[in-house]
Each structure stands twice: as structure tokens, then as C-alpha cells.
Design a binder for this molecule. Structure first.
Ligand code: FES
Length: 64
């Protein structure tokens, strides 16, 4: 699914950027240019970021 139409950025790319250390929409803007044109994608990018961070927190909370 495309997150950012203006820059042809997919959800997969956003998730990979988060796995590589992006912690905010600003980080995603720096690494992928998310939101650099019309800005309509920032809301979706923020939701993906939040979801990924929650999943990472859950993984850390579950004992091995
Ligand atoms: S859809 Fe991302 S900047 Fe326009």
C-alpha cells in the first residue's frame, strides 16, 4: 500500500525505516521524504509509526 503518493513511498518502506531507527515522522521525512510535498501522508505515517512502536514494545515485554 502506498503511504505517500507524492514520493511513491510504500508502507513496507516506512516499516523498514522504523526498523532501521526512525522514531518520528520527522525521521521518516529525513530518510524517505515522507510528507515533503503535500503533507497528506503524515497522518498515516504517524499511525504506522505508533503501531510499529507498540508492536516493538510488546515484543520487548514478552519474556523469551
Ligand atoms: S502524499 Fe506524501 S507528501 Fe503528498
Amino acid at each position: 500500500m502506498y503511504v505517500c503518493i507524492c514520493n511513491n513511498i510504500t508502507e513496507r518502506q516506512v516499516r523498514e525505516a522504523i526498523d532501521d531507527g526512525a522514531r518520528s515522522v520527522r525521521d521518516l521525512n529525513r530518510s524517505l521524504s515522507v510528507g515533503s510535498e503535500c503533507g497528506k501522508c503524515t497522518c498515516v505515517a504517524r499511525k504506522i509509526l505508533k503501531r510499529e512502536q507498540q508492536e516493538q514494545a510488546m515484543e520487548l515485554a514478552v519474556p523469551a
